[in-house]
Design a binder for this molecule. Structure first.
Ligand SMILES: [Zn+2]
Ligand SMILES: [Zn+2]
Length: 161
């Protein structure tokens, strides 16, 4: 057992817990994913948004951005590209997190996190110090982390896989 897999997560919504986590395929230095219970209100809102708005029926993902207890942005993954063209990454059996440039439908700009940030900005809201809740995925890709860091999103919450 390697020590890098032992992480202590402090989740303000629940309790201090010691967990043996799977290491996400990508996580920027000095950042970490945080975990909530599936009953968390904002997680549930992200789930509902994904169920109603995702354009990727095989893998619905949703995100809500929350600041001062208000939802200031929402996003769901997918684009109409997959409906018309299928997925080039699936055809080539590309592993999760890789080859997003091979398929327009998988482009990170269509990921729930980046769609939620775009929605937030479009509504004239400021994502600085807001939290993002993600449904349907257990980690965030490098491109989405980049977008969240640029937008100064504070915490990323999801439910353990
Ligand atoms: Zn695709
Ligand atoms: Zn992403």
């Amino acid at each position: 057992m390697s020590t890098e897999n032992i992480l202590v997560y402090f989740n303000p919504n629940t309790v201090l817990s010691l967990k043996f986590m799977k290491k996400p395929p990508y996580c920027p230095p000095n950042r970490e994913l945080q975990y909530v219970d599936e009953t968390n209100l904002y997680y549930q809102m992200a789930k509902k948004y994904a169920e109603e708005n995702s354009l990727d029926p095989a893998h619905k993902t949703g995100a809500v951005i929350v600041k001062n207890n208000l939802v200031i942005g929402e996003g769901a993954n997918g684009s109409t590209f997959h409906v018309k063209n299928g997925c080039e990454r699936k055809r080539q059996n590309i592993p999760t997190g890789q080859g997003y440039d091979l398929c327009e439908g998988c482009a990170p700009v269509n990921h729930a996190e980046q769609k939620a940030i775009a929605d937030c900005l479009k509504q004239g809201n400021n994502p600085e110090n807001a939290d993002l809740y993600l449904y349907g995925h257990w980690w965030c890709c490098e491109s989405c982390w980049g977008a969240m860091i640029s937008a100064k999103i504070k915490n990323v919450y999801l439910v353990e896989d």
